[in-house]
Design a binder for this molecule. Structure first.
Ligand SMILES: [Zn+2]
Length: 316
């Protein structure tokens, strides 16, 4: 599977003009790095092509009025796919943030909701072992909240995926559920509140995620929808690794194109430490304090984390 996907990327970058041009442009983007704190880095990427994503209108009326770009009948003839398990199609994302950037969407047009699909995400992460998979909740940065999809980008790109592997973060106090096969822990030490699952068995990773999901739902004011979240998931050294960022908010108050505003709509990749910034002024002027303030505004605060943690401890 991995070889077939890498071949697909090579083929699309040579045969499909849109993809070829946009990946070539990505090779020329400017980057600016920050130290968020002593443990964590953020990289800004000036990427004008991402305006269609950061600026995407995702309200119900706008969605109803547009043709879904993940449905096969609306995709360009050049855009190839590889089917996975007869339920998903793997494709090259023509508007990349990563040097290798995939979209993995459900074959059918069905709403964005992770639920039991976490198992698909874990299986895909293991098969696509050069990649980190990610999931944006329908109100947490997904530009097609009406069509279920994951994305994937090459490993080694988002700083957080390395930072979270630091064993010194995962003392007994930070581990909520722990067994020989894996643990679920939490930390705020990387500049944003997150949960982390590391498990050698897929069934254990899946169960820990299900328990976290239930606690997040029980702690939420809105139990009609899945908890607001971004997820990163990858497979490394025999372990399934899952980072869950519970979200408090979709877009920051400073969202916009006016004076003092930023056209920034953070999703999984931004949570992972790479901010694709489509407006040059924003790219040049945003400060590390403003980046931290946006994380603080969008991620669940300590009181919200404490409610979830309490519910998880009760499940022990
Ligand atoms: Zn669709």
């Amino acid at each position: 599977m991995l070889q077939r996907v890498n071949d697909l990327i090579d083929r699309q970058l040579s045969d499909w003009g849109t993809a070829r041009d946009n990946y070539a442009a990505l090779g020329r983007v400017r980057l600016r790095g920050f130290e968020l704190n002593e443990r964590s880095e953020v990289v800004l990427q000036f990427n004008p092509e991402r305006k269609r994503s950061s600026g995407a209108r995702v309200d119900a009326a706008s969605l109803a009025a547009r043709k879904c770009f993940l449905c096969g009948e609306n995709q360009p003839a050049e855009q190839e796919k590889i089917e996975w398990e007869g339920r998903y199609k793997i494709q090259v994302n023509p508007y990349p943030i990563f040097p290798s950037h995939l979209t993995i969407s459900a074959i059918e047009h069905t709403p964005q909701e992770v639920g039991r699909r976490i198992d698909d995400m874990l299986d895909l992460a293991r098969e696509l072992s050069d990649f980190v998979l990610f999931y944006n909740g329908p109100r947490c940065g997904a530009s097609a909240p009406d069509h279920m999809h994951f994305q994937a980008g090459n490993k080694g790109f988002m700083p957080l995926c390395d930072e979270v592997m630091d064993e010194s973060l995962w003392t007994m106090e930070q581990r909520l559920l722990d067994s020989k096969e894996g643990f679920l822990g939490f930390t705020g030490q990387l500049g944003r509140n997150l949960f982390f699952i590391k498990a050698s068995e897929r069934v254990v990773a899946s169960l820990l995620y299900a328990r976290l999901q239930l606690a997040m739902l029980m702690a939420s004011d809105n139990t009609a929808e899945e908890p607001m979240q971004n997820i990163l998931c990858w497979y490394e050294d025999g372990n399934y690794c899952v980072v869950v960022f519970p979200r408090a908010k979709h877009r920051p108050d400073c969202y916009g194109e006016g004076e003092g505003q930023f056209l920034i709509s953070p999703a999984s990749v931004d949570m992972g430490g790479v901010w694709a910034v489509p407006v040059e002024k924003d790219y040049e002027t945003i400060t590390v304090e403003q980046v931290q303030a946006i994380y603080d505004e969008l991620c669940l605060d300590n009181a919200g984390m404490a409610r979830i943690i309490e519910l998880l401890i009760q499940q022990k």
